[in-house]
Structures are given as C-alpha cells and as structure tokens.
Design a protein around this ligand. Structure first.
Ligand code: SF4
Ligand code: SF4
Length: 269
C-alpha cells in the first residue's frame, strides 16, 4: 500500500463512501445525494441497534428504492449516511464507532468482514503526497469522494501542472501555499462545476456502463471530431465530457487549461 493514512475517513472535512454506492446513480448531483443520505440517516436513526431490526430496515430501504444503480456491479448500501449532526461527514451508520459498540455492518449489502478489510485501488495507486494533497484541497465529503477515487484525474491534473511549470509539481510545495491549495481545489472542483457537460455526464468520466451495466473505459473519437489529441484530454474525459463536436472539446480543454494556469501562477509568484 503506498498511502500511509486511511483514505475513507482521514478526518477534518474529508470522508468517502464511494464503494458503498454513494455516487452510483444517474442523478449524482450534490443535492440529490445529500437528500438520499439524509433520508437514509433518518430511516436508521430510531431503529433499535439490534441485528434483526437493522436487517429489516435495510431490506425495506432496498425494496422501496425507486432509482436503479448506474453500475449494477457496485451495490448501493442503505447503511451509508451522515455520521455527524452537521451532515459534514459521510460514513457507515452500522460501524461500531458510529453505533457506540455493536457492529451492524452485516445488515448492509456486504458482510462486515468485507467492509472492514476492503480498500479501493486508490490505496495502492496513489502516492502518499498525492492523497494528502486531495485531502487538504477537498474538505467536503461530496468533492473528496469524487476526487480521491479517480486516480487518473489526480495524476492528469498534476501532469498538466508540471507541463505548464516545466518542472515537478510537488504536492508538498502546493500545500505550503494557501493560494496554490485554493487554486488546486478549484481545479479538482471542476468535477462538480465544469459547464458544457451533459447533465448526466458519467460520474467517473473515464468509464461508462456497457449493455450489461458493467463499467467500460471510454476514449474520445478523434477521427469523428476531426481534431488531434491534446494533453488536457485525460482530464477532459475524467470530467465526463462527451463532446459531439470539435468546438465543445476545444472549449472543455480551455476550461481545464485556465484552471491549471491559475494553479501555476500561484506557484511562480
Ligand atoms: S472508495 Fe476507497 S476511499 Fe472511498 S470509502 Fe471506499 S475504500 Fe474508502
Ligand atoms: S455496511 Fe459496509 S457497504 Fe454498507 S455503508 Fe457500511 S461499510 Fe458501506
């Protein structure tokens, strides 16, 4: 494992529930997910902390769900919710640290032993400094989960910064400068704010569901668009752009480029 801290609940404002199915819906907007998490939290709040009662409540929640998951292979757990009163941290409502002792994770969509030991690819693929940069820049559950789970996006953003700097973009250097960290936050926040995408742009833009709903990698069709590849395209794809024409792609690249340049300006002042 190359990351030295726990990516799921690193503390402060960051927390993640992506592998519990948090974003696995066609409408994965912040508003829709906040509403869903608040509903799930309220549903479980007054259920007696006993396995039978939690199993029944979780089953009811699954049966009454209106929207199917986007990727059927990623289950959506009804035990995911807000674990603090201020609704600033997302996490497992059945975890012993949340229930006050009893482990109720067996009542979710996986066995508790799987929940306890699972680590997503980011644990192995991200460098420690990259993960720390994401944690420092994304101090809110919605953005943190979107970014920390998208290794290609993080690497792509750092590659673009390095290209523009014509030198290494060391995360430690960025974190030492508040203005740089804020500019990186805005770059990462394109995951949520980038305009010109379809309202249902793929949440993990590199992937799209195939006929069976399994995630498959996608690319840009340069021949159809009539343009050559550009350095920004990895990030453009990760943002979920699916340009129908060259001008949309060029505008998306420019959006990314402007944010990268904003980061670099704070590093060379
Ligand atoms: S997707 Fe990764 S970081 Fe997020 S909760 Fe799951 S294991 Fe943790
Ligand atoms: S029970 Fe497991 S899958 Fe469900 S929210 Fe908790 S950790 Fe996630």
């Amino acid at each position: 494992m190359s990351v030295s801290f726990h990516l799921c609940q690193p503390g402060r404002g960051a927390s993640c529930g992506a592998c519990c199915g948090l974003y696995n819906f066609r409408d994965h907007s912040r508003a829709a997910l906040t509403e869903r998490l608040a509903e799930q939290t309220a549903r479980m709040r007054d259920v007696p902390r006993e396995r039978e009662a939690w199993h029944a409540a979780a089953r009811d929640a699954l049966e009454s769900r209106k929207e199917p998951p986007l990727f059927p292979s990623v289950r959506v757990c009804p035990l995911l919710g807000f674990i603090d009163a201020e609704q600033r941290r997302v996490g497992c409502l059945g975890h012993p640290k949340v229930t006050g002792g009893v482990d109720l994770r067996d009542c979710g969509v996986y066995r508790a032993s799987i929940c306890e030991t699972f680590t997503c690819p980011s644990f192995g693929w991200l460098e420690d400094a990259q993960a720390r940069l994401v944690e420092a820049a994304c101090q809110d559950w919605y953005l943190y989960g979107l970014v920390i789970t998208d290794v290609e996006f993080i690497r792509g953003c750092l590659r673009l910064i390095e290209r523009e700097l014509a030198g290494p973009a060391r995360p430690e250097r960025i974190m030492a400068r508040p203005a740089a960290l804020e500019a990186v936050r805005r770059l990462f926040a394109l995951k949520e704010t980038a305009t010109g995408r379809s309202p249902h742009a793929p949440i993990f833009g590199r992937f799209t569901p195939d006929m069976e709903g399994e995630p498959v990698s996608r690319t840009l069709n340069y021949a159809r668009l009539g343009v050559r590849a550009a350095p920004e395209d990895d990030v453009v794809l990760c943002l979920g752009y699916d340009p129908a024409d060259a001008s949309t792609l060029i505008a998306a690249r420019e959006r990314v480029r402007l944010h990268v340049r904003a980061v670099v300006r704070t590093l060379i002042d």
